[in-house]
Design a protein around this ligand. Structure first.
Ligand code: GLC
Length: 543
């Protein structure tokens, strides 16, 4: 902990969200204390010992607000409350106190792009064309003979416009029709959402992860999106990826909104603004804003969107490092509630290498709950699918349920998650793959995560030191992390076959301090490095 309390001279100029590690909790699936099969805030409080033991610094909670749950909480009907499924506002205050009491931070999910169709704002807006809140959402007459206003498609499939019988206009929804998009060009909407931010910041939350930040503003003329180059889909499929969403997302004006959010965040000490943004690196980095006026951390999803290929990943790391503004702090994300789990994407052995990559790169790492015990996507039978993305596009096998299953705590009933039948099923393997067992096993994924986290916290070279690429080829990625005091070489074999690292221009001598293969720890290295398939290791260099 010394690095985080500022006693370490090399780190004292850095803030907690730069040196710390973020851990994402999907509240429905972490711990159920109330016995209804759905996780809740009291459950999270019960598991804080674990998170502190693991060594993470900041918890990000997916939405806990009142919601009809059409999109599992990303359809909010009250921005300033807590859904009874998760508990009460008193429970939230208690959680925040406990988290802070342990020297940790808590950030909330802010979903400003859209509300639930049951939010009082939308109920008013849709009640009549001259309602004062009519312009809070994106309404349009449509074209001749009832044609849609434009060709925009919903991320969850189908058209993005929904006809409203009562007022005879369409409204726009980038996601479900139960998630109408707010009109961020309207100053009243801007003010209302800034008030929401103030409400939670005043309570003491340490910041926000802003949902679909790059979606917030749309083209003022609502122009048609062009067809994506090389699209795998047909026009009639009505699949979002058929288009390049150049007019419905990432508009220049969105940066003004992000600036407003940053200003509000800055009014409180030590808070962080994180943006969910799926864009190419060159566009992603614009969300830092000029002179630190944008997001502190525009989420970098390269590790979860690129194929698991050493050359492509090494290239993306360098492109990202090169594209960051001078005052922009990097970050890396390995998993979240919208993506297949890393262990299912790259396999169990490579998931260990991925953990080493995430926790040794320069920049704030974000861990998705359960990845630290190598949870895999759980096969969910078609009649148990609840995710709207899965239900709306049943033939595409893109339900997000498999990556949202309950945390596997122990080998007991329901994996220790709940006394009742969990809202999503557990895999049969939970008796083998769980926190309790892995805590005892020095070679488990959990032990690897813990040693990587401990190393990162103890060694400022990893938290705030420089990153220098050393080598990459079609199997390996190697880089150095260093500061004035220490120098470490990280070598990762992203393939299943053995590989050599034979540096030409440098001489590396030192000791292996962490490895995905326990037997290697403590061995000395003298320049030539031989790695087995799926191996990653960290060498403390003798400068
Ligand atoms: C974000 C969330 C995702 C949600 C969507 C719509 O991408 O991460 O879970 O479905 O926004 O709110």
């Amino acid at each position: 902990m010394e690095a985080l309390t500022g006693t370490n001279p090399t780190n004292k100029d850095h803030l907690w969200w730069q040196t710390g590690i973020i851990y994402q909790i999907y509240p429905r699936s972490f711990q159920d204390a109330s016995g209804d099969g759905v996780g809740d805030l009291k459950g999270i409080i019960q598991r804080l010992d674990y998170l502190q033991w693991l060594g993470v610094d900041c918890i990000w909670l997916s939405p806990i607000y009142p919601s009809p749950m059409a999109d599992f909480g990303y359809d909010i009907s009250d921005y300033q409350g807590v859904h009874p499924l998760f508990g009460t506002m008193e429970d939230f205050d208690e959680l925040l106190d406990h988290v802070h009491g342990r020297g940790m931070k808590l950030i909330l999910d802010l979903v400003p792009n859209h509300t639930s169709d049951q939010h009082p704002w939308f109920l008013e807006s849709r009640s009549s064309r001259d309602n004062p809140k009519r312009d809070w959402y994106i309404w349009h007459d449509g074209g001749e003979n009832g044609a849609l206003p434009n060709n925009w498609l919903s991320v969850f499939g189908g058209h993005a416009w929904e006809w409203d019988e009562t007022t005879q206009q369409y409204y726009y929804h980038a996601f479900l029709k139960q998630q109408p998009d707010l009109n961020w060009r309207n100053p009243e909407v801007q003010q209302a959402m800034m008030d929401v931010m103030h409400f939670w910041l005043r309570k003491g939350v340490d910041g926000f992860r802003v949902d679909v930040m790059w979606h917030m503003v749309k083209d003022a003329q609502l122009r048609n999106n062009p067809v994506a180059p090389n699209s795998a889909f047909d026009e009639n499929d009505l699949i979002y990826e058929y288009h390049d969403p150049v007019y419905s997302t990432d508009q220049p004006e969105v940066h003004e909104i992000v600036r407003m959010m940053r200003k509000v965040t800055n009014e409180y000490e030590g808070r962080v603004l994180i943006g969910e943004i799926y864009l190419p690196i060159q566009k992603l980095v614009t969300y830092y804003g000029l002179n630190q006026s944008g997001a502190h951390l525009p989420f970098n999803f390269k590790l979860l969107s690129l194929p698991w290929d050493s050359k492509q990943i090494a290239g993306a790391i360098d492109e990202y490092e090169g594209a960051l503004p001078a005052d922009g702090w990097p970050n890396w994300v390995l998993g979240n509630h919208d993506q297949p789990r890393i262990a299912s994407r790259v396999g169990r052995s490579q998931a260990r290498v991925a953990a080493m990559l995430l926790l040794t790169l320069r920049g704030t790492p974000t861990i998705y709950y359960g990845d630290e015990i190598c949870m895999r996507d759980v096969p969910i039978p078609p009649d148990e699918i609840v995710d709207p993305q899965g239900l709306n596009m049943p033939d595409r096998n893109i339900s997000r349920d498999p990556g949202r299953t309950p945390m596997q705590w122990n080998a007991g009933e329901n994996a220790g998650f709940s006394d009742a039948k969990p809202w999503l099923r557990l895999p049969d393997s939970f008796r083998r793959v769980n926190v309790d067992l892995q805590k005892e096993d020095p070679e488990s994924m959990l032990s690897l995560y813990r040693s990587l986290i401990t190393l990162r916290k103890r060694q400022p070279a990893f938290q705030t030191g420089q990153y220098t690429p050393v080598y990459s080829d079609k199997q390996l990625i190697a880089y150095i992390r260093e500061n004035d005091l220490d120098r470490f070489l990280v070598v990762l074999n992203l393939s299943h076959r053995p590989a050599y690292l034979r540096p030409k221009n440098e001489h590396f001598e030192g000791e292996i301090i962490v490895s995905t293969e326990a037997e290697r720890i403590g061995l000395r290295v003298d320049n030539n490095l031989l790695l087995s398939g799926d191996e990653g290791l960290i060498v403390r260099l003798e400068r």
